[in-house]
Design a protein around this ligand. Structure first.
Ligand code: NAD
Length: 451
């Protein structure tokens, strides 16, 4: 049994049975049957059903948002956005069903066409930090491209995923097409990875687990998308609007209590603007409202679990200097907004993913030094560049080795633009105009006109 705790109160929200390898096996058998019928259905019918699914999700945004608050501790505003994001992802994917075009390629003596075929049954392994959106990033385009999906949510956050599976049936999606099987990673997750009936794994989670899944997929040459960790830079050049950069910096790493793979946790500031930036950042951090996720004014909630709290604490040792915000006392997994200063460039808190409300500020000398520091981790997921110099913005955008960059802002994830990591932040891309293609095989067919 999986125990779901409310991270803000530590109260038990629900207990959910954990799937066994036999459960996974039975789910794959059901999905295989459902997928055949789904792939054979007219594109317009598949699109219509996915749009209906989007409408049903839209009708349940408030309910889903409250479930997300209860199991993940997200602020209610974020949770509403997340449920709405699932609706939008389904809508966007539905629009792709009838646009999943192959090509016609000029050849002598015949006609050459490519056909984009569904893979079959796709296994999605999701993390707890954004349970709904991340599950839907893969599920919506996979279904739209004609696949069946088995989703294994994280141990701590199965409830929204289970509800989405029920809503899919309510919308009229065929039985077995989209199944949610909560369970532990090493048992249910691993059973999906090793199952020969699963054509592709989409894994979002830690780089450590991602590497082990990649190795196991190699055994069957199983298709794989990996969305892994990050330690993203927020580069502030002295010619930037320093007031704007300092005002935007807190929520760029405190949103979702820092449990965000794109969190800008390495704030790199040009030395000549360093003191001014910290002077502006200090009150901004101290004023962040941390507390009850259901209070509309709250900007930051708790961490997901005791284990995560212990992990975050281990990085913020007593000897480290910095800016500390406020956090509630008592039950719940609370940690205050924290910015560490005067840390060595290669300190664990400066290069490892803390996955909590903790950032470091490091000074740099010039553009070359900024790029060197920005690239000085094993990750490459996202990053921000603050400058008024257009040439510098473009040079830095080219030089930072990361998949999702943002100039004079911190936006990075939109369902209609591609998302994914360089280096150890991942493999493959999700979202964007090519989202459906990632769930297809390209078949080339030559038809002779000579016979
Ligand atoms: P995690 O790796 O511990 O777990 C992720 C999922 O994998 C869970 O469902 C878990 O049950 C499952 N799992 C664990 N061991 C497994 C195994 N041996 N076989 C199969 N499945 C297994 O990660 P987490 O702590 O849940 O999530 C946080 C991590 O996710 C962070 O590193 C974060 O950066 C990353 N993340 C990345 C993105 C991205 O898009 N790049 C998005 C969100 C989170």
């Amino acid at each position: 049994m999986l125990q779901v705790l409310n991270p803000a109160t530590e109260e038990l929200v629900a207990t959910v049975p954990a799937a066994t390898p036999a459960d996974i096996d039975a789910a794959v058998a059901r999905a295989t049957v459902a997928q055949r019928g789904w792939a054979a259905a007219a594109p317009a019918d598949r699109a219509r059903l996915l749009r209906r699914f989007a409408v049903v999700v839209d009708e349940h945004v408030e309910e889903l948002a409250h479930l997300e608050v209860a199991e993940a501790g997200h602020t209610i505003g974020n949770a509403r956005w997340e449920a709405g994001n699932v609706r939008d992802l389904l809508d966007f994917a539905a629009g792709g069903v009838e646009r999943l075009n192959g090509r016609q390629i000029p050849v002598a003596g015949g006609l050459d066409v490519t056909i984009l075929e569904p893979l079959g049954v796709v296994g999605v392994i999701a993390p707890w930090n954004f349970p709904m959106p991340i599950a839907a990033w893969a599920t919506a385009p996979a279904l739209a491209a004609g696949n069946a999906v088995i989703l294994k949510p994280a141990e701590t956050t199965p409830l929204t995923a289970l509800r989405l599976a029920a809503l899919a049936l309510e919308a009229g999606l065929p039985e077995g097409l989209f199944q949610v099987l909560p369970g532990t990673g090493p048992v249910a997750g691993n059973a999906l990875v090793e199952h020969p009936g699963i054509a592709k794994i989409v894994f979002t989670g830690s780089t450590r687990v991602g590497k082990s899944i990649m190795a196991k997929c190699a055994d069957q040459v199983k298709r794989l998308t990996l969305e892994l960790g990050g330690k993203s830079p927020n580069i502030v050049f002295a010619d930037a609007d320093i007031e704007a950069a300092a005002a935007a910096a807190p929520m760029s790493f405190l949103d979702n209590s820092g449990q965000d793979c794109c969190a800008r946790t390495r704030i790199l500031v040009q030395r000549s603007a360093y003191d001014r930036f910290l002077e502006l950042l200090t009150p901004a951090i101290e004023e962040i409202v941390v507390g009850d996720p259901l209070d509309e004014r709250t900007q930051m909630g708790p961490l997901i679990s005791r284990a995560q709290l212990d992990r975050v604490r281990s990085y913020v040792t007593e000897d480290l200097k910095g800016i500390r915000g406020k956090a509630p006392e008592g039950p719940g997994f609370w940690f205050p907004p924290t910015v560490l200063t005067d840390v060595p460039e290669d300190a664990p808190c400066a290069v490892e993913e803390v996955f909590g409300p903790v950032a470091v500020v490091l000074p740099f000398d010039d553009e070359a030094d900024a790029i060197r520091l920005a690239n000085a981790t094993e990750y490459g997921l996202s990053g921000s560049i603050w400058t008024r110099d257009v040439g510098r913005a473009l040079r830095a955008s080219r030089a930072v080795r990361a998949g999702n960059l943002s100039v004079n802002s911190h936006s990075s994830v939109r369902y209609w633009t591609p998302f994914g990591g360089y280096r150890q932040s991942g493999l493959g891309r999700e979202l964007g105009p090519d989202a459906l293609t990632a769930f297809t095989e390209t078949k080339n067919v030559f038809i002779s006109t000579e016979a």
